[in-house]
Unconditional design. Structure first.
Length: 403
């Protein structure tokens, strides 16, 4: 007789499908880190399909993906990183996926890597431009060679030692082979180090790491945000409760709360009695209610007493819709405004962050004016102009502006 139960997949199919989904989710996380453009973000861990009108990724590593100032960025500069990251995820998940499933991830990772490479190159180009000003091209080459030589020396003195230690080898050939397994190479790391070093030097010249903040600025910010520093009255207290729902009559409920009040007044400690006999949600904590703002309690009769009776004195029996209660207020703070002295360090740090962010924005705007950018994905970089993918052998060609 045929069964009405649905057919089950083979035992290994479900775990493998789960691993496949996990791999795609990990690739989606990689995309969210690498891709800066909101238009190519991820949603619910799914790898988004690239827009249909995007230029396809090239096969030739010599294809020019972007031109930043006078410097080209080749597909061969970013392709090893992209494919290396994908292979790393697949290896970790022990999966093999067909190229068509990997295509959206590969495209988005490539766009993210290209955007990062363009931004780094823009900063290094801006630094070199500031060094030579309007001098001849020969002067630019001289400065570029000098800075590259200095960067190379720093790479071999500092960065290289860290790479050797990380990969457990002193042999440069073996180190290069290990780097290539991760989608890079010794030469690529050296180029990246040079661009990053020049970029950091440019950033340091434009962005003050610890900008000064005056007392007047702190006071102005405090006054503008004064409402955020206002706080309502607060109190903390301990409580005993007997709930109507747990007993057959109001008389029984009242008799129990009176008995508990006598016990805590004459003999037993509040916390011990609350844990044994109280019926409110905080009974397990000894009836202790931590700092609570006025206006936030569901029981208005309790709140009225919390913010009115003398400290360290037992209240009369309080009745609300839930039951009968006795409280003792331990500490209370009146409503007011947090003094400037208590928050000035916090405000100072916030103003510093805002100044640094403003400097970064100004720096990016200045770079876009100084350094023209052409890209095969111009929408990913503000101000970039379109570039038709061409091999470095034939030279780049823009749709209209690049010459």
């Amino acid at each position: 007789m045929p069964s009405n139960q649905p057919l089950s997949p083979p035992p290994s199919a479900a775990p493998r499908a789960t691993r496949r989904q996990s791999a795609l989710r990990l690739l989606a996380v990689a995309l969210s880190i690498c891709v800066s453009s909101p238009s190519i973000g991820t949603l619910h861990g799914q790898v988004p399909a690239p827009p249909a009108d995007l230029a396809p990724l090239p096969d030739d590593p010599a294809t020019i993906m972007a031109v930043v100032g006078q410097s080209p960025i080749l597909w061969g500069d970013i392709q090893p990183k992209v494919d290396g990251r994908i292979q790393q995820v697949l290896k970790e998940q022990n999966l093999k996926l067909p190229p068509e499933q990997l295509a959206p991830a590969r495209m988005n990772l490539a766009r993210g890597a290209l955007t990062q490479a363009i931004q780094t190159k823009m900063m290094s180009e801006s630094f070199l431009l500031e060094q030579v000003g309007t001098q001849a091209a020969s002067k630019r080459r001289e400065v570029s060679e000098m800075m590259t030589s200095r960067a190379r020396q720093m790479f071999f003195e500092n960065e290289l030692e860290g790479l050797k230690e990380k990969h457990g080898t002193e042999d440069l050939t073996e180190l290069d082979a290990k780097l290539r397994e991760t989608g890079t190479s010794l030469r690529a790391r050296q180029r990246e180090f040079t661009d990053m070093m020049l970029g950091h030097m440019y950033m340091r010249s434009k962005i003050e790491k610890d900008p000064p903040v005056t007392i007047a600025e702190i006071n102005t910010a405090y006054q503008h945000a004064i409402d955020t520093y206002r706080h309502p009255a607060k109190a903390r207290w301990e409580q005993l409760s007997v709930l109507f729902a747990n007993h057959s009559s109001r008389e029984e409920t009242r008799a129990l709360i009176v008995e508990m009040g006598r016990e805590v007044y004459y003999n037993e400690g509040w916390k011990e009695l609350a844990r044994k006999r109280s019926e409110e949600p905080f009974a397990a904590d000894g009836g202790q209610h931590d700092w609570t703002s006025k206006g936030s309690l569901a029981s208005k009769p309790i709140e009225e007493q919390v913010f009115s009776i003398p400290l360290d004195k037992m209240s009369e029996i309080i009745e609300d819709e839930q039951g009968l209660h006795i409280i003792k207020v331990l500490e209370r703070k009146e409503a007011g405004v947090t003094p400037l002295a208590d928050v000035q360090d916090e405000i100072r740090e916030q103003i510093k962050k805002e100044k640094i962010a403003a400097s970064q924005t100004a720096m990016m705007q200045e770079m876009r004016k100084k350094v023209p950018v052409w890209s095969i994905y111009p929408d990913d970089v503000p101000g970039a102009k379109p570039l038709r993918p061409t091999s470095i052998a034939t030279g780049p060609a823009a749709d209209s502006d690049y010459r």
